[in-house]
Design a binder for this molecule. Structure first.
Ligand code: YIE
Ligand code: ZN
Length: 263
């Protein structure tokens, strides 16, 4: 499950951005989405995210971000449609954010940075039986990226924000149940960009079909501030480092085409 992959992240130095480019890597993420260079593809379908809140299990600080993990042993929380040919299982979601509202997202749109970005991580359960298998295969994973912008308070996010003080330190885990990840999707899920890329932390594997939503969700300044109260460091470490700027630098497009579901 994602647990093992996230434990792998735990061992990694928090600010580890990984190499700027992976040797031989020509489909790395994140990227800048140049809107006027994206290509409208009328074959792209609606996204069908069907998430069951009862599969939500725990929330924990893995020393890089905080992640909400789902039971991915059955096809209860799935993603289909969009650019995807197969059915994908939700295994976790997490965020990337900055030390200020001026930056924090991994992807950008015409170089515009957002204060944070949500990633909903899914793996191809039609072709594989475990995340660990899928993560090594072309198109084994599908990650939905949703930009966060500062505005009105996001009521669905608040339950998650209220759980963060309990997982301030790297390695802390608390039970977190009955959370509907669907409430974090924007109202408009028709308009997205999609391209083939990679995980943005080691193993940086080029197995991700990225689906980046055009519409951002609004969260309040105070909600974002609580993200920044998390720590990269465990309770034992003398020097505590606040968990901010946990994003990777942008990677070269290397001739890839970014398709849009809208014109
Ligand atoms: Cl918890 C976590 C899991 C994965 C990543 C890296 C990533 N790859 N693609 N999107 N995020 C960062 C934090
Ligand atoms: Zn991510």
């Amino acid at each position: 499950s994602m647990q093992k992959a996230a434990e792998y992240n735990l061992k990694m130095h928090p600010m580890w951005q990984g190499p700027l480019a992976v040797p031989g890597g020509d489909r790395q993420s994140p990227i800048d989405i140049v809107v006027r260079k994206s290509v409208f593809d009328s074959q792209l379908k609606h996204l069908i995210a069907d998430y069951d809140p009862t599969t939500c299990q725990q929330i924990w600080n893995n020393g890089y971000s905080f992640l909400v993990e789902y039971d991915d042993t059955t096809d209860k929380s799935t993603l289909k449609g969009g650019p995807l040919q197969d059915k994908f299982r939700l295994c976790q979601f997490h965020f990337h954010w900055g030390e200020s509202n001026a930056w924090g997202s991994e992807h950008t749109v015409d170089r515009r940075l957002f204060p944070a970005e949500l990633h909903l991580v899914h793996w191809n359960s039609d072709k594989y039986s475990l995340f660990e298998e899928a993560v090594m295969e072309d198109n084994g994973l599908a990650v939905i990226g949703v930009f966060l912008k500062v505005g009105k308070r996001h009521d669905g996010l608040q339950k998650l924000v209220d759980a963060l003080p309990a997982i301030r330190h790297k390695g802390s885990v608390v039970e977190f149940t009955k959370f509907d990840a669907g409430c974090l999707l924007p109202n408009n899920t028709e308009d997205y960009w999609t391209y083939h890329g990679s995980l943005t932390t080691p193993p940086l594997t080029e197995s991700v079909t990225w689906i980046v939503m055009k519409q951002a969700i609004e969260v309040s300044h105070d909600q974002l501030a609580v993200f920044r109260s998390l720590l990269f460091t465990s309770a034992e470490e003398e020097v505590q480092k606040s968990m901010v700027n946990n994003f990777r630098v942008q990677q070269p497009l290397r001739g890839r085409t970014v398709r849009s579901s809208f014109s």
